[in-house]
Write a protein that binds this ligand. Structure first.
Ligand code: FE2
Length: 366
């Protein structure tokens, strides 16, 4: 299928129980600036919204203000999580019409929202579970984010400005879908959005003694947008994907990988801000040099911070994963630095999934 022209991920919208407090978390723990707000004070009656920015990353946190909000039931079924991944397109109506013609289930018809800052165009389609993709175009919009949102004066919002931790852009966003559904969704991205399959991992790549999963990565024509899609595979005990599906109440976004140019600096800052990361055993670092060869970073520093390394033909990459960011064992984040490698850390899967299983054991969900 030919591509529907997509420029980039414009923003990720999270639906959360308390957007004000989530904004505080992403600001103080992850170093995001809170740049815009929508709510009662800006004449938005049904929800509160905060727009957060760091580098090229834009997160929007939305909370309903009453049970009359059309999405309010999400909070019971999913807890806090990603509701929408918005894609910047040159032509919203063309993207929407073409997607629907190819079989996408429409969520919101094209609309041109207007205020004194111009015209903001938007339309949405349903993806897996309750997740949507919104096509947006802000070429004719000069406001801070979208109609209804007003800039936040950081001095007035809280008494200190954010301390950025060096997160620069979204590298990839991973979906968990039900057993047997991975290929269906890979096909959906191919058919509806013209994405191609980049790489696939089967249960032989991604299994431990106890649990397994399968994964395929799809990307758009420019390679700028990458969505790995996981499904659980049969194993002795319960896969982390099954745990996610149970607690999220269906398929959804499992993790968002954020790029940094200096992972040591970023992770040190995030740890100082009390972000909890998964730990692998120290034995991981004993065999690291033998596995990946020489690297520029100091091994001891990587071991202290718990940063993982993997390599492919083109270079190496460094990565680390947070623990889930809410009470349910659902959404978490990855921090990633690429030194040539375009991989997803296949060489780390085993150590990583064993670390996740230790957490599952504590939760009684393995
Ligand atoms: Fe990842």
């Amino acid at each position: 299928m030919t591509d529907i022209p997509l420029r980039k991920i414009d923003h990720v919208r999270f639906f959360v129980g308390n957007a004000r407090q989530s904004a505080f978390f992403y600001r103080n723990a992850f170093g995001f600036d809170v740049i815009a707000y929508a709510g009662l004070e800006t004449k938005v009656r049904h929800e509160a919204g905060y727009v957060l920015k760091q580098g090229e990353i834009t997160f929007v946190l939305t909370s309903p203000l009453s049970d009359q909000h059309p999405e309010s039931k999400r909070l019971v079924s999913h807890g806090d999580g990603v509701m929408d991944v918005a894609l910047d397109v040159p032509d919203v109506r063309a993207a929407f019409d073409e997607a629907v013609r190819r079989g996408a289930n429409p969520a919101r018809a094209p609309e041109a929202l207007e205020d004194e800052y111009g015209v903001y165009e938007t339309a949405s389609i349903h993806a897996y579970g309750d997740t949507t993709h919104t096509f947006i175009n802000r070429d004719r919009y000069r406001g801070v984010f979208a109609p209804g949102y007003r800039p936040i004066d950081p001095e007035r919002y809280q008494d200190k400005t954010a301390r950025p931790v060096g997160l620069a852009a979204i590298d990839h966003m991973v979906a968990n879908v039900e057993e047997g559904k991975m290929n269906e969704w890979v096909g959906w991205y191919n058919k509806i959005l013209g994405f191609n399959q980049l790489v696939s991992f089967d249960d032989k790549d991604i299994s431990t003694e106890y649990s397994a999963l399968m994964s395929k990565v799809v990307q758009n024509g420019t390679g700028r947008i990458k969505f790995p899609i996981n499904e659980p595979a049969k194993a002795k005990r319960r896969s982390q994907i099954d745990e996610y599906l149970q607690y999220y109440g269906g398929p959804g976004i499992q993790h968002i990988a954020l790029i940094t140019g200096d992972i040591i600096k970023t992770v040190r800052a995030m740890r100082a801000n009390d972000v909890s990361f998964l730990r692998v055993p120290m034995t991981y670092y004993e065999t690291l040099t033998a596995r990946v060869g020489p690297i520029r970073e100091d091994l001891k520093e990587l071991a202290d911070l718990g940063i993982l390394v993997d390599k492919d033909d083109e270079g190496y990459m460094l990565q680390i994963f947070t623990k889930p960011v809410a009470d349910r064992p659902t959404l978490f984040f990855e921090v990633i630095q690429r030194r040539g490698s375009k991989s997803f850390g296949k060489g780390n899967f085993k150590a990583l999934f064993e670390a996740i299983e230790r957490e599952q054991e504590l939760r009684g969900t393995l």
